[in-house]
Write a new protein. Sequence first.
Length: 554
Amino acid sequence: MSFFERVQDFLADERLLANLIALHAVLGLLLLLSFILRKLLIQGGDQLVRWSGVAWLDDVGKEAVRRVRALLFWCTVSLISISIVAGVSYHLFGRDVRVDLSDWVQHLTPAQVMQVGVSLGGLVLLMPAMFLAYRLVRKVKTLLQDYTLKMLPPPLETPRLEPTEGATAVADDPRAPHEETILRWFLLLERFALITVSLAGLWLGGHIVHLSRLVDTVVLFAIRLLAILMVARLLTLACRTFSHALANLGNRHLGVGKFQGYWERVTRLFPFGERCFEAAVYISAGTLLIRELDFIRVVADVGPRLVQCIGIFFVSRVVVELLTVLLNEAFGMHDENRPINQKTETLLPLLLSISQYALYFGSAVIILGVLGVDTTPILAGAGILGLAAGLGAQSLVTDIVSGFFILFENQYLVGDVVKIGDAEGRVEAVSIRHTQVRDEQGKLYIIPNGQIKTVINFSKGFVNAVVNIVVPTTQSLDQITRDMAEAGRRLRARRREVLGETVIQGLVDLNPKEMTIRAITRVQPGKHQIMQNEFRMALKEVLDERPQAPALAA
């Protein structure tokens, strides 16, 4: 028998044909199953990430989709290869799928046939039940969404602006952001509910086909994870809606009146509070997810502590804001008609800084205690470190002690005109460690308090504006004196900063060619330099009014 005849006989074997058909059926079933899993796991997971609205999940979702696609591909290739090897071995061992199927059918009992029929009937009935469940979820979602939108508070009354020429009127409805968030919230709720219904249908289908152990392990685990993620994401969105509604309600009732300052400071913390709440929710959700995995369950104990730390930090921020308003009200800073108080402008920033440092330090100590760190050695070490720093940094201690004496002895305040060493100008800031003085040229002097030995304060009570006039000795002293007195009278009539008559002190310097005459005018604190210039201008006007005015030099 030739080779081609043997090949023809081999291919004409009915057993081979039956086994090949069975093998192709198995391979087709594997490909169909792989395609279904691809749709459910890849596309469903990608849609779930997009529905969740969490931005940072986008990159994670893309990477997860890529890895799941690769895993499905290699699993499908492996199962197909194993099926082909098993089919070839099955045929080489002389087995016939027709005979085996016939034997299996003959050995079926009526009870087994009934059981298979019941399973198939249950699967058939499960499909319309799933369809009805989908319809019910969408219907309930629509009803609840419409009811919630109707329960929204009415928008705040705002003045209506007439549209300009060529423009259209746009009604700004404050409820628009609320409605968008609510619609998104119910869309997510619908999607999560549909996925939950699908998983529940898969669980019921597994029990119908007697795969209860497998579906109980896999599907119930997936449902628990989905529920954790769903509740976490819905809580974060609900927090935004609640904060918007709370802000709207607070603006109505607390935005006016004696609590307005407190409410304005609290509203600044709303975005920060939303971020803290989201972080706490996600940490709690991560803790619950970790507890579902037995091999890393010990890590889950850190989650509640982190949530407590977030709460402590947020409360400290709220207390800082409220304390800021309280101190400003105590010093009368919210009164628009208040007089300028230099002591208030000096002490208020200092008290705010000390209060904030104390609150943040206390919060840090409490957070360390929540994290399980023994704070007693830290506090003791801080005391020892402070003592060591005091002994080693004597200049720093000197600056701080001098700063306390400057502040509480009221030597100078913010806004005073002083002269400290080579620095002469207006005080811009006074702190525990240093003083800032800016001169007329705009240069800022930062002087450590420990180096301040002598202070000349031009802003205490009154100050004298001293002007020296230099004229040739050939001029009449009496005439120059009368002109300077006239300039002083004009200056007092023009400027309210002048507190008294100008005193002509007389000759203060004399040489063969020139003589110096001094005029002294009592003015308000810190106004001496301006009044000196004004006096010179007034004297120039007086001299211009008479002929042959003398040449002056100041």
